[in-house]
Design a protein around this ligand. Structure first.
Ligand SMILES: [Zn+2]
Length: 161
């Protein structure tokens, strides 16, 4: 018997098995990696979609129709609901001056805090300055206090030191 020949065949057979096992491991690794990439991509797509949906939802709540805007301007008599400056007051000073007053429609309770632009009770006229000061977290009262504090400060005989 040629034992040497048999041993050689066993050796080749063994290497073949190891080769096949390694190949299988590689294939499984590649498949799983591809699966993971696909899963990550799907998650990424979903998060972008969720973000866009949330943005649309916020934009929808922020939206004030032109009709509503006109209604609020007339209801509030073109007057800032915090400092009281009005189109009429400026027009009385000089005809046409009121057109330079930048009045805005403010969400009393900000959109970020759950307010909507479709609820007239949540809308008010503010001048540009008061609206910027109010931001999204101050109340009318807090803005008024800031303005009063500023006026008080200016009227007091402060040395500004
Ligand atoms: Zn104002």
């Amino acid at each position: 018997m040629d034992f040497n020949h048999l041993n050689n065949n066993n050796y080749i057979f063994g290497m073949l098995i190891i080769g096949i096992i390694l190949l299988l491991i590689l294939v499984i690794y590649l498949i799983s990696r591809n699966y993971k990439n696909k899963r990550d991509y799907t998650r990424f797509r979903q998060s972008v979609y969720d973000e866009k949906t949330a943005e649309k939802e916020v934009a929808g709540r922020r939206r004030i129709t032109p009709k509503m805007k006109q209604y609020i301007l007339e209801r509030d008599n073109y007057t800032c609901q915090i400092c009281g400056i009005s189109k009429g007051f400026l027009d009385d000073l000089y005809d046409g001056l009121g057109d330079y007053l930048l009045l805005e429609i403010d969400h009393v309770n900000s959109v970020a805090n759950g307010g909507t632009g479709s609820d007239e009770d949540n809308l008010q006229v503010l001048c540009w300055r008061c609206n910027r000061t109010k931001g999204r977290d101050r109340t009318n009262q807090e803005v008024k206090q800031l303005i009063d504090y500023g006026v008080e400060y200016l009227e007091s005989d402060n040395d500004m030191v």
